[in-house]
Design a protein around this ligand. Structure first.
Ligand code: SF4
Length: 213
């Protein structure tokens, strides 16, 4: 239960907004919603062809394949259904092998792509004020910074229709999303400890490791 602050959806056990069954909790966001704000969002789905199409294609894929297709398959399906002609890939250079496996699938599907690794530009971390003690390999000289803003700008230059992030670090992904122009999805979230499966930490927190608290 959330403490010392107003209750929001993460504290809700009803989830009545899923089917509008009327059993909303007292603090429900749906019940107290600003109707003008709701209408503003609906207008976007109605009037912005690209964003409305994304919403409809996403819901269509969810409806057709929920629990049946992997995220990789759903992503390919999304690219095909939205008609994206060129796909941008922003990848961590540490996950280039995974990016290469994914691009093999894109090749097979006849989908055009352009990949930019996070170290593009090869600028040393000291350029943005990172001290040697915070480099991965201390005392070894040049260590390139991740430059997600450059990744975004290079993909913008390529006029990609849709982008896919592969393993960008937390924070670097934020900078990429802040600067990229085309709609973007995440294929892999980096978590070196959990095989890029961050939810494992949450599941473990309620599983056997909860006994050791
Ligand atoms: S909108 Fe209301 S019903 Fe839906 S999850 Fe939030 S609090 Fe629960």
């Amino acid at each position: 239960m959330e403490q010392n602050k107003c209750l929001t959806c993460s504290a809700c056990g009803a989830l009545s907004c899923k089917n509008d069954d009327g059993k909303y909790p007292p603090f429900c966001l749906t019940k107290s919603l600003d109707q003008d704000l709701l209408q503003e969002t609906l207008d976007i789905y109605d009037n912005d062809e690209t964003l409305g199409n994304i919403a409809r294609v996403s819901a269509g894929i969810e409806g057709d394949f929920y629990g049946q297709k992997t995220r990789v398959e759903e992503t390919i399906e999304f690219i095909k259904r939205t008609g994206a002609k060129k796909v941008g890939i922003a990848t961590c250079v540490g996950l280039i092998p995974e990016a290469r496996l994914f691009t093999k699938i894109l090749d097979k599907e006849g989908i055009d792509y352009y990949t930019v690794g996070c170290k593009v530009g090869a600028v040393d971390k000291s350029r943005i004020g990172i001290p040697d003690q915070q480099k991965l390999n201390r005392g070894c000289g040049h260590e390139s910074m991740c430059n997600p803003i450059l990744q975004a700008k290079l993909l913008n230059e390529q006029k990609t229709d849709f982008n896919i992030m592969i393993g960008l670090c937390v924070g670097h992904d934020s900078l990429f999303l802040k600067h990229v122009e085309a709609p973007t999805t995440v294929l892999i979230v980096k978590d070196r400890v959990l095989c890029h499966n961050p939810v494992g930490a949450l599941y473990a927190s309620t599983g056997m490791y909860s006994r050791f608290k």
